[in-house]
Write a protein that binds this ligand. Structure first.
Ligand SMILES: Cc1cc2nc3c(=O)[nH]c(=O)nc-3n(C[C@H](O)[C@H](O)[C@H](O)COP(=O)(O)OP(=O)(O)OC[C@H]3O[C@@H](n4cnc5c(N)ncnc54)[C@H](O)[C@@H]3O)c2cc1C
Length: 455
């Protein structure tokens, strides 16, 4: 156990004997039920460095926790130490320079509210409870990405504690290899305590959803096949098969019905946005059309009801490179049997600023994909587990041949071959070299792991 004499922390140490333990070991995905020996809630970078050295010297399994939102639940382990950064919530905006230094424990909800006070924003997660750090280090697909790039494209630098326990700044000038690797390579290279982002002027967006009947899905998706990547870059869209929620602004008659939702976020003037969105609103007769101008943080939280904390989750995912008639037919067919009310099938359309960044500039692969597809089952009653897993697996078996590559942050516990699939072979080889340089003993391995080259 950590003795006060070996480590002096300003944060908290929680053990299985503490009342706080049960809540502290839980993560977003309620299917994850791991029991670490120690949870160290770090308040400072120095806390993190000390606790890391302690775990490494004793060979304790080590997990790093930001927002705890990872569907694979790698931020918690059995019998080891969790380095929980959730107390590290400093947010320092420099409105003149349009930059922000953000603590690794922030959630996107907190970050967005803090930068919004200055009428500034960066690409963050579409759900407000996702953690800043895990999202950004894996890449970061969010509502502003076609305009401002991925989450990691807005990163100017990080403070990072390496496996040796040294604290470094990694940016374009200092440790550029490490800076390259943390933009897409996940938590493999060290413990990030602070992230510095470039911000963009943004106060309101034109956003919301147009809901179409599943019967119209083939023609709506066929239109998106031909036009999604050519839409104005201010417009980021997602097509999601959903169950219509009992949301007061929607007609009661469609509560609980299946729908294809075109969820849109236009980050620009409302007038130009209305023009850009017009074709998406006229693809068939909508069940409902809820596109409004609203402050960006409100839009960013608008879909949180689909992700209740502690719900049970199982995902499958891959990149689509086109939207063939066969893929459209499979999605439409499986929408009929999709578990209700929380499961959804999402197509995050790429293009725009995401695709303009050079493929070698960061470790995020597959910028040129058409869409990231995620098949998300979410339920609350454990008796529904088998049905949810069976539906997701049946659909994945049928869809997998239509995909190539996967976004690392959408991976479940799927093994090393799938982690490799998240990267171009040359990117993976380069990541393994950086890993060998900064973490040759693979101290940071409770993640979507990239072992050091030569292992
Ligand atoms: C419902 C839901 C919706 C999502 N939607 C999106 C989406 O639209 N777009 C998208 O891009 N992603 C999305 N994600 C995925 C999300 O980006 C990842 O799960 C991400 O890892 C969450 O970050 P976190 O800090 O909350 O994770 P955690 O569970 O805390 O951490 C996940 C992993 O990230 C690493 N990590 C976290 N913090 C640090 C740190 N400070 N230093 C080093 N390593 C660290 C660790 O390896 C850790 O195991 C979604 C996830 C869920 C569950």
């Amino acid at each position: 156990m950590i003795a006060e004499s070996t480590v002096t922390l300003s944060g908290e140490i929680i053990t299985p004997d503490d009342d706080a333990y049960e809540a502290a070991r839980r993560v977003f995905n309620g299917r994850i039920d791991r029991r670490p020996a120690l949870i160290v809630q770090c308040a400072t970078a120095d806390d993190a460095a000390q606790a890391l050295r302690f775990a490494r010297d004793r060979g304790l399994p080590l997990s790093v926790r930001g927002g705890g939102h990872d569907v694979a639940g790698r931020s918690v382990n059995d019998g080891g130490m969790v380095l929980d950064l959730s107390l590290m919530k400093r947010l320092e905006v420099d409105p003149q320079a349009r930059t922000v230094r953000a603590g690794a424990g922030l959630l996107w909800r907190e970050f967005d509210q803090g930068t919004h006070r200055h009428r500034l924003a960066a690409t963050g997660a579409p759900f407000s409870s996702v953690g800043l750090a895990g999202f950004t280090l894996g890449g970061g697909l969010g509502w502003l990405m076609r305009r401002y790039g991925l989450g990691c494209d807005n990163l100017l630098g990080v403070r990072i504690v390496t496996a040796e326990g040294n604290t470094l700044r990694a940016d374009a000038r200092e440790h550029p290899d490490l800076f390259w690797a943390v933009r897409g390579g996940g938590g493999n290279f060290g413990l990030v305590t602070e992230l510095e982002f470039r911000l963009h002027p943004l106060r309101r967006v034109l956003g919301g959803a147009v809901l179409y009947s599943p019967g119209d899905a083939p023609q709506v998706l066929a239109w998106l096949r031909d036009h999604a990547l050519a839409l104005p870059e201010e417009l980021t869209i997602m097509a999601s098969f959903v169950t219509v929620p009992p949301f007061p602004l929607l007609p009661k008659a469609i509560y609980g019905a299946s729908a294809l939702a075109l969820i849109a976020c236009y980050a620009g003037s409302a007038r130009a946005g209305r023009r850009a969105l017009k074709p998406l609103r006229d693809l068939a007769r909508p069940l409902a059309d809820l596109i409004v101008s609203l402050p960006y943080p409100r839009f960013q939280q608008a879909f949180d009801f689909y992700v209740p904390a502690g719900s049970l989750n199982y995902w499958r995912s891959g990149y689509l490179w086109n939207l063939t008639d066969e893929t459209i037919a499979l999605l439409t067919e499986f929408a009929r049997t999709m578990p209700r009310p929380l499961a959804h099938m999402d197509l995050h359309f790429m293009g725009g600023a995401v695709a303009r960044v050079d493929r070698e500039a960061t470790a995020f692969s597959y910028r040129d994909a058409f869409a990231a597809l995620s098949l998300v089952t979410t339920w609350t009653d454990p008796a529904q587990t088998d049905a949810n897993l069976a539906w997701a697996e049946d659909l994945w078996r049928a869809l997998r041949p239509h995909t190539r590559g996967v976004y690392v942050n959408f991976l479940g516990d799927e093994g090393p071959a799938r982690v490799r699939e998240a990267y171009h072979p040359d990117t993976y080889a380069r990541l393994a070299q950086v890993k060998r340089r900064y973490d040759p003993d693979n101290v940071f391995r409770h993640n979507q792991n990239i072992p050091p080259a030569g292992d």
